[in-house]
Ligand binder design. Structure first.
Ligand code: ARG
Length: 415
């Protein structure tokens, strides 16, 4: 019996061809593992049985499907929400979150099969190879990694011909115009006409944000210690909660992103995303933090969030800095409990109210009406001492600073 390799199988052309290629060129038996992270979100579900059959038809000795949707929601989407994670301030890490989930299951399968290594179908140009391989090395440094799509040098037509030669069945699919990666947290669309960053994405790239709702509405999201726990008062686990919000918010056409992003491998790429549930939850969660986080904690967290997002984007989900930041994140969320009201109307989703039993908002301190409890006289001394250093500087070193013809920071230069 040949040695075994566990392949991250998606059912698409490349991973199907990879099954046969690994057998032919590396002399190994291939175990195909498909991990359900919610890639059927927009289509009502993948046909996992058909996918397994395809893997076996391509030559796999075994094909398994792992339902990791709840795990994806609880262990990956929820932490990303706690971190308000948006790579380069925009992209909520959709694909970057699913790769470590898949890695966990590949490594588990490799162990149970006594496999020699793990394989993936990524090319050399993207981030996903980085996430797979760095993740595998973090969890199982002894396993070999195989990346056939980086080695075979096939064009798309070569792959189709190779599949035909080995009678590998392909889906008569629409995958075809675009490269699509989808999970519970959203959908990433690349390739085709949108490779020109000037081209507007054709309407047919979208699947999760097709505007069908006509009446404006509101939805209330409840959180406990940073975890979303309810929709309109109904308690839900993260998986049905996120899936439900995807449907509700997506029906208003909210959640689309169009950006040029910096991949880890140095390439700028034009990306189109749709992440209705994620973007709505991110709005709500960040707003509840505004209400409940003490100022210094909040400001420090805002500085760390982009770092967390970069680490995850760059494939360092399993890494010591990420772990340490996770500990900070969890601690920061202790009082992020309460509810946020979101309004939905054509193409828009915005916060219209928030409340919390741990709110740091004090109406008596904030109000300008007669119920004011703020001690105005305290402000005088506070402001004088706050500005004391600047006052000394002005007296001794900046005597002319206040004149009306002060040249200002440009030194008087005009554009
Ligand atoms: N650019 C995004 C990322 O790196 C999306 C990648 C999507 N992957 C794909 N195979 N289409 O996270």
């Amino acid at each position: 019996m040949a040695e075994r390799v566990v392949l991250a199988y998606s059912g698409g052309l490349d991973t199907s061809v990879a099954v046969r290629w690994l057998m032919e060129h590396r002399g190994v038996d291939v175990v195909a593992v498909a991990v359900d992270v919610g890639q059927g979100s927009s289509t009502g579900g993948e046909d996992w049985e058909a996918m397994s059959q395809r893997a076996l038809a391509a030559g796999a000795v075994e094909a398994t499907v792992v339902d990791a949707r709840a795990q994806m929601a609880e262990e990956f989407c929820v932490p990303a929400l706690m971190a308000n994670a948006r790579y380069e301030g925009k992209y909520p890490l959709v694909s970057a979150l699913s790769r470590p989930v898949i890695v966990k299951h590949l490594v588990a399968a490799a162990r149970s099969h006594g496999a020699r290594g793990v394989a993936h179908g990524c090319t050399g140009k993207g981030n996903d190879q980085v996430r797979f391989e760095v993740g595998i090395r973090a969890l199982a440094p002894d396993l070999e990694v195989f990346a056939p799509a980086r080695e075979w040098g096939f064009s798309r037509q070569d792959s189709i011909d190779y599949a035909a030669k080995w009678e590998i069945p392909l889906t008569a699919s629409k995958e075809k115009l675009y490269s699509i990666d989808e999970n519970l947290w959203g959908r990433a669309i690349e390739c085709g006409v949108i490779e020109d960053p000037w081209n507007r994405p054709p309407e047919d790239v979208y699947a999760m944000t097709i505007p069908t709702a006509t009446e404006p509405t509101e939805v209330t999201v409840g959180f406990e210690s940073g975890v979303p726990v309810s929709i309109d008062g109904e308690r839900l686990d993260p998986l049905p909660l996120i899936a439900g919000l995807n449907r509700l918010v997506g029906a208003y056409g909210f959640g689309r992103l169009d950006m040029v992003e910096n991949r880890r491998v140095g390439i700028k790429s034009r990306e189109t995303y749709e992440c209705p549930g994620a973007l709505a939850l991110l709005l709500a969660h960040a707003d509840l933090e505004d209400l409940t986080l003490e100022r210094d904690l909040h400001h420090e967290k805002l500085r760390l969030e982009p770092r967390w997002s970069e680490l995850v984007y760059d494939g360092l989900w399993f890494s010591p800095l990420k772990q340490a930041l996770d500990a900070f994140l969890v601690e920061s969320q202790r009082f992020v409990t309460g509810e946020v009201r979101l309004a939905l109307d054509s193409g828009r989703c915005w916060v219209v109210g928030r409340r919390s039993p741990a709110s740091l908002y004090d109406h008596g301190l904030a109000t300008y009406d007669a119920t004011d409890t703020f001690r105005h006289q305290d402000a005088e001394g506070f402001v004088r001492i706050w500005g004391l250093g600047v006052a000394r500087w002005a007296t001794v070193q900046h005597k002319d600073g206040g004149s009306a013809d002060d040249v200002g920071p440009t030194g008087g230069l005009r554009p």
